[in-house]
Ligand binder design. Structure first.
Ligand code: SF4
Length: 210
């Protein structure tokens, strides 16, 4: 495993932001199993989690206005550092008015970061600073979700919590899309589509990257 301090990296017209390697899931399709980076990036395994000063210094080196969106994603679940990403997003908003910020998340913050959110309402906290969200749906029911996502401790309410998070973000007026990766069967993708349709949230089917 190669480590570096790759805090930001370009993917298409967007800039991705890598804040942590921690994650509350162990998805069967996770890109981290097969590589040290993503989409041609330098290694995304971090020597240490960046401080806010390190992240700001890295971001200041770039012309941020050239990107369509800044995407909090990286090689881990960004909400494992909930307070940190909210502070960084707020700083970006203040320094670069009009910038678009997206969060890619497993939507399980209310389970794993309950102590930090206190209210178990991560959607409200995150909707205040992010414009758009990509949430991993990963299946049309709890059984498929557990099989594919493997949330730590296998909490019985994981699927329901993720759906609640997505619905709350939508209710808060933020842009949101679900994703599934095509490691599940066509029938399971159809069930995921039904679930997404029921919430009025678009679904993107992503190809598995071996
Ligand atoms: S939530 Fe993302 S980082 Fe975490 S295991 Fe799944 S794909 Fe990997």
């Amino acid at each position: 495993m190669k480590k570096a301090m790759t805090l930001t990296y370009e993917v298409g017209e967007n800039l991705y932001i890598n804040v942590t390697n921690r994650c509350s899931c162990a998805c069967t399709f996770c890109i981290r199993k097969n590589d040290d980076g993503a989409y041609g990036s330098d290694p995304l395994w971090l020597e240490h989690e960046p401080t806010i000063e390190e992240m700001q210094a890295d971001l200041r080196k770039r012309d941020l206005r050239q990107y369509h969106e800044l995407v909090f994603c990286g090689y881990g679940e960004p909400t494992m550092r909930l307070g940190f990403i909210c502070a960084l997003a707020a700083w970006l908003r203040a320094e670069y008015p009009g910038i678009r910020l997206r969060l890619n998340t497993n939507g399980l913050t209310d389970i794993y970061m309950a102590e930090e959110t206190r209210t178990r309402d991560a959607a409200a906290q995150l909707s205040a600073v992010f414009d758009s969200f990509s949430v991993s749906l990963n299946g049309g029911d709890a059984a498929v979700y557990q099989r594919v996502t493997n949330p730590q401790g296998a909490p019985a309410n994981a699927y329901e919590t993720m759906l609640h998070f997505a619905a709350a973000v939508k209710a808060n007026g933020r842009e949101i899309a679900f994703t599934v990766v095509d490691v599940i069967t066509p029938e399971e993708i159809a069930a995921a589509q039904q679930q997404a349709d029921a919430l009025g949230i678009p679904l993107h089917v992503r190809n598995y990257i071996a």
